[in-house]
Design a protein around this ligand. Structure first.
Ligand code: EPU
Length: 426
C-alpha cells in the first residue's frame, strides 16, 4: 500500500490546474446507461472511484474505454445484466446511481444496498421513496434493492426529496434520471442544487431529456419516449479547487488556480476572505494569496449554495492555524470528523462537541505519522502536512487517490515536497 512522506513547511507558487469533477462525472456516466449508443465524456478524471463505476458499467454488459485524449467512451447499446454487484458497490457508494437509469431503461434492476462508510450511515431511503413515487415496486432481497417499474413504465409525479439533512445529491440524480423516461411530467421539490446536479441535468438535456429549473430546488421533467447518446465535457471539480485554495492559504502562499469556477465556490470564498485570504478571479480561474495572520471563522456545512461538507476537513486544517477560536458545525454528515484525532496528533487543538468542533488556533503544526480515513479527511492531512514542521507520514493514501488524481504530481511542481512510497502492509 502507498504512503506519503510530506516535508513541511513549504511555500507554494505558480499555477495548478483543476481536473474535471468526480462527483459530476459519476452520475453522468450512469446517465449514459439511459440510451443505446456511445456517449463520449471529456474531462473525466482518472480516479479509483471512476474506475469502480467503469467496472460496474462493464459488468452490466456495456463497453467502456478511454481514447488518446483521455475521453471516456461508454457504449451502452447492450445491457444484459441490470445488476449492481455488492462486491463492486461496497467499494464505492456512488454505485447506487445506476439504480434510477437502469430501472427506467430496463424496467427491472437489482443493486446492492450500499453499506455505511467512514463519514456516516448514509441511508438511501429517499432514493427509494422517490422511485416508488414514480410507480416502482421496491423490496429488499439479501442486501439488494430490487426495483421494478409498472408494465407500462414509470409514471411522472410530484415528489418531495428533502430529508432530515436537507436535499440529497445522488437521490436527486437517481430520481431525475428515472423521470426523464417516465410517462408525463415529474416535479422534484427540494432537489439538490449542487453544480454537479446541474451538470447532470444539462447532459440529460443533450441526450434529449426535457428538464427545466436546472440549478434550482424545483426541477420539472417532461418525460420522453427515448434518449440518445451524447457528448459532454464534465465541469471542473469545485472541491479540488477549494482544496487547492486552502493549500495556498495554509502555506501562506500565492497560487494561481486554473480551471476553476468561483460561482460554484461562493461560500468557501466568503470564508477564505473572512480568514484574511485574498481571492481574485481571472478568466477561467482565480489567484489565492495569504500572507500574515490567519483570522478565525465559523463554518456551518449546508447543501449548496452553503458551505460544502466536502471542504469541511480541509478548512479545519486551515483554521487550526488561525489566531483564536473557530467553530465548525457539520450539518450534512454529523459524524464526519475522523480527521479531528489525526490533526490533533499533528499538534492541532480541536475539540469535538456533538456535530461541532471547536478549533483553537495554534502557532504551528508538527509532523507526525497519521492515518488517512476518508477522501476529504486525507486531503486535510496533506494540507496540514505541507504547513507542519518536519516530515509527516500519511498511511492509507488510497483514500486520497479516490478523489484527487496523483495529487503529489500536481502539488510538487508548485512547491510541495510529497513523496509517494509503496510500503508492504502499510
Ligand atoms: N440522506 C438520507 N437519505 C437518503 C440520502 C441521503 O437521509 O436517501 C442524508 C445523508 O445521510 C446525508 C444527507 O442526506 O446526511 C446528504 O447526503 P447526500 O445524499 O446528498 O450525499 P450523497 O449523494 O451520497 C454526495 C457526494 C458526497 C458529498 C455529498 C454531500 C457523490 C458521489 N458524493 O453524496 O461526496 O459529501 O453528496 O454533498 O456525489 C466526497 O466526494 O468526498 C463525498 C463524500
Amino acid at each position: 500500500m502507498d504512503i506519503f512522506k510530506i516535508q513541511g513547511p513549504v511555500k507554494l507558487s505558480g499555477s495548478i490546474r483543476v481536473n474535471g469533477s468526480k462527483n459530476a462525472a459519476l452520475p453522468i456516466m450512469a446517465a449514459a446507461l439511459l440510451a443505446p449508443g456511445e456517449t463520449i465524456l471529456e474531462s473525466v478524471p482518472q480516479l479509483s472511484d471512476i474506475g469502480v463505476l467503469c467496472e460496474l458499467i462493464e459488468n452490466i454488459g456495456c463497453k467502456v474505454s478511454r481514447d488518446e485524449q483521455r475521453r471516456l467512451h461508454i457504449d451502452a447499446t447492450n445491457i444484459d445484466n441490470p445488476f449492481g454487484d455488492y462486491e463492486i458497490v461496497r467499494r464505492m457508494r456512488a454505485g447506487i446511481c445506476i439504480l434510477g437509469p437502469l430501472l427506467a431503461r430496463c424496467g427491472r434492476v437489482e443493486v446492492s444496498m450500499p453499506g455505511g462508510c467512514a463519514i456516516g450511515d448514509r441511508p438511501v431511503d429517499i432514493h427509494v421513496r422517490g422511485l416508488k413515487a414514480l410507480g416502482a415496486q421496491i423490496h429488499l432481497k439479501n442486501g439488494y434493492i430490487v426495483a421494478e417499474a409498472p408494465s407500462g413504465g414509470l409514471i411522472g409525479t410530484e415528489v418531495f426529496l428533502g430529508g432530515p439533512f436537507g436535499s440529497t445529491v445522488l437521490g436527486t440524480a437517481n430520481i431525475l434520471m428515472a423521470a426523464t423516461l417516465a410517462k408525463g411530467k415529474t416535479v422534484i421539490e427540494s432537489a439538490a442544487c449542487e453544480p454537479e446536479i446541474a451538470d447532470l441535468a444539462n447532459f440529460l438535456n443533450k441526450m434529449g431529456a426535457k428538464i427545466g429549473g436546472i440549478g434550482s430546488p424545483r426541477l420539472t421533467i417532461e418525460g420522453v419516449k427515448q434518449l440518445k447518446a451524447a457528448e459532454h465535457e464534465v465541469i471542473a471539480d469545485r472541491i479540488e479547487a477549494g482544496t487547492f485554495m486552502a493549500a495556498a492559504a495554509i502555506t501562506r502562499s500565492k497560487l494561481k488556480i486554473d480551471n476553476c469556477n468561483l460561482d460554484h465556490l461562493m461560500a468557501a470564498v466568503d470564508r477564505l476572505r473572512n480568514i484574511g485570504v485574498q481571492v481574485e478571479k481571472y478568466n477561467g480561474g482565480c489567484e489565492v494569496a495569504a500572507f500574515g495572520e490567519l483570522r478565525t471563522a465559523d463554518i456551518t456545512t449546508q447543501p449548496h449554495p452553503g458551505f460544502p461538507t466536502d471542504l469541511q476537513a480541509q478548512f479545519m486544517a486551515l483554521l487550526s492555524l488561525a489566531n483564536g477560536n473557530s467553530v465548525i458545525i457539520e450539518k450534512i454528515f454529523p459524524d464526519r470528523f475522523m480527521h479531528v484525532a489525526e490533526l490533533n496528533r499533528m499538534a492541532a487543538n480541536l475539540r469535538k462537541e456533538g456535530p461541532a468542533v471547536i478549533v483553537a488556533g495554534v502557532d504551528r503544526l508538527i509532523a507526525a505519522p497519521v492515518m488517512a480515513s476518508d477522501l476529504r479527511a486525507s486531503a486535510a492531512l496533506v494540507l496540514a502536512a505541507m504547513a507542519a514542521e518536519g516530515t509527516t507520514i500519511i498511511n492509507r493514501v488510497y483514500h486520497i487517490d479516490r478523489g484527487y488524481e496523483r495529487i503529489e504530481q500536481r502539488l510538487n511542481p508548485v512547491g510541495a515536497k510529497i513523496v509517494r512510497e509503496s510500503v508492504p502492509g502499510a
